[in-house]
Every structure is written in C-alpha cells, then in structure tokens.
Design a protein around this ligand. Structure first.
Ligand SMILES: [Zn+2]
Length: 262
C-alpha cells in the first residue's frame, strides 16, 4: 500500500500540509520539488472558486502521490449569478477529492451574510451526502459556523487557522472536530493560545500558502515552521508533533493511496 510506503520512507519526520493554495504559487514546480526534498509527503491543495478548483484538480492529477485535492467555494468568491454553477461543479467532482474546502463564512467580507449562509448550507449538505470533511474559513463568524455545522449534524470539520475564543474551541474539540495551525504561530497570540489549548490529537499542520507571514511569502515546505512552532508551544519534540499531526491528517483525510480518490 502506498500509504504504508509513504509512512516508511519519511518515518522520522513525515509531514503533511493540509491547506495550500497551490494554484496561487508563482513557482509551483520548484516549490513542490522543494517540499519533497524537505520531507513533506502530502499536500492538500484547496480551491476557492470554479477556476481554482479546476487548477487544483489538475495539479493533483499531475502530482498524484504528493498533492490531494479539496474543492470549495470561498465566501470571498460568492457572486449570486455564479452560485449554481459553482455548487454543481463541487457536486460533480467531490468524489475525486479528500475534502470540501475552502468554505465558510467571512463577516468582514462584502458579500451579504445571508447569501454566505445560504451557500454554506448547500455545501454542508454536500459534505454530509458525500462523507467529506469540511475545511472551514471563519472570520468574525466562528460561533455561527459552529452552530450551523452542529445543527446540520456534521461529524468532521477542520477549523482552519483557528483564532476564535477558547470557550468555543473546547466545544469544537468536544464535538470531534479539528483545528489547523499556520506559521502565524510565530506572532499571533490568539492562534498560539488555541494551539496551546487544543489536544495534539486534534491539531493539523498547514501553511495556507502563499499567504505572507510578516513579509515571508509562504510555500508548502514552510509547514516545517508550523511544526517548529507547535512543538515549541507544546514542549514536545519535532518528531512527536510531526508523527501525531500526520496521523491525525491520515485518519481524517486519508488514505493517501496515490492518485485521485475514486
Ligand atoms: Zn486558505
């Protein structure tokens, strides 16, 4: 099994980046080569709209043992006339994906809140119907997103780059969901507090590349920065954090068995 091979090859420091906007990287081939060299075994490419979803699926097909796709409809991208087409694309292609994302609510965005909620509701239905983990973006909307997915019976979700309240974090963890950590741990007190509070068993590592962290434009190999920061906060070895978070990702999104999931 390829999954077992992946685990063996980089047993010392198996790393998984669960959130990468690969379609936005300027030097994709170079960055993927670098990621492989740095021991990153799996990268989850996330889409935000029709165009990026198509690109992510293509990149995954071109790099079948490294890149695994998630497709979504980001609140920033929602435009009323395009909703139907975006949802139809997700429905048609979700079977090739390891998750649905990036999706969620962004209450700082200009898109009307009700419209965002209507779209998210349809996407949550798809995630339940096709048994796919949700990769959630929440901005000034953590409580609302949590109550929506709870009311609809979602079992597995990743609250990406969690920086909401610790009270809500406890509910998120108690409900069986996960948070993912980014290189923002280098400087964001809210994000640090969340990682400190959550059990390692519920933490995943990511980069959200190519997001710029204090001027550093990120790439998938920077998941090593996230690893280093989580290890520092938890007072654990790099090896322990790498192994545990990778097992978390495999359990939630795997098996990563070489090629698009069918
Ligand atoms: Zn993102």
């Amino acid at each position: 099994m390829v999954m077992r091979r992946v685990l063996t090859v980089n047993r010392n420091l198996l790393l998984i980046d669960v959130h990468a906007h690969l379609n936005e990287l300027e030097e994709l081939e170079k960055d993927l080569r670098e990621a492989r060299r740095q021991g990153i075994s799996v990268i989850i490419g996330v889409g935000m709209c029709l165009e990026s979803n198509r690109r992510i699926l293509a990149i995954a097909k071109e790099n079948p043992t490294l890149v695994f796709p998630a497709i979504g409809y980001h609140p920033w991208k929602i435009k009323k006339p395009e909703i139907r087409e975006n949802l139809a694309f997700i429905k048609e292609n979700v079977k090739h994906c390891v998750a649905i994302g990036e999706v969620g609510l962004d209450y700082k965005a200009k898109v009307k809140k009700q419209l965002q909620r209507d779209v998210l509701q349809e996407i949550v239905k798809l995630s339940i119907r096709y048994h796919k983990t949700l990769i959630l973006h929440c901005r000034y909307s953590h409580e609302r997103v949590f109550s929506m997915i709870s009311d609809m019976g979602v079992k597995r979700a990743i609250f990406h780059w969690y920086s909401g309240s610790l009270d809500l974090l406890r509910k998120i963890i108690d409900s069986g969901h996960y948070i993912s950590a980014t290189p923002a741990l280098m400087y964001s007190p809210q994000h640090q507090e969340a990682v400190k509070e959550a059990a390692l068993e519920r933490i995943l590592l990511e980069t959200d590349c190519p997001v710029s962290y204090q001027g550093h434009v990120s790439k998938p190999s920077d998941v090593r920065i996230t690893l280093r920061e989580v290890a520092k906060i938890k007072g654990l070895s790099l090896k322990t954090v790498a192994e545990r978070t990778s097992q978390n990702a495999i359990g939630l999104l795997g098996p990563f068995d070489g090629g698009l999931n069918h």
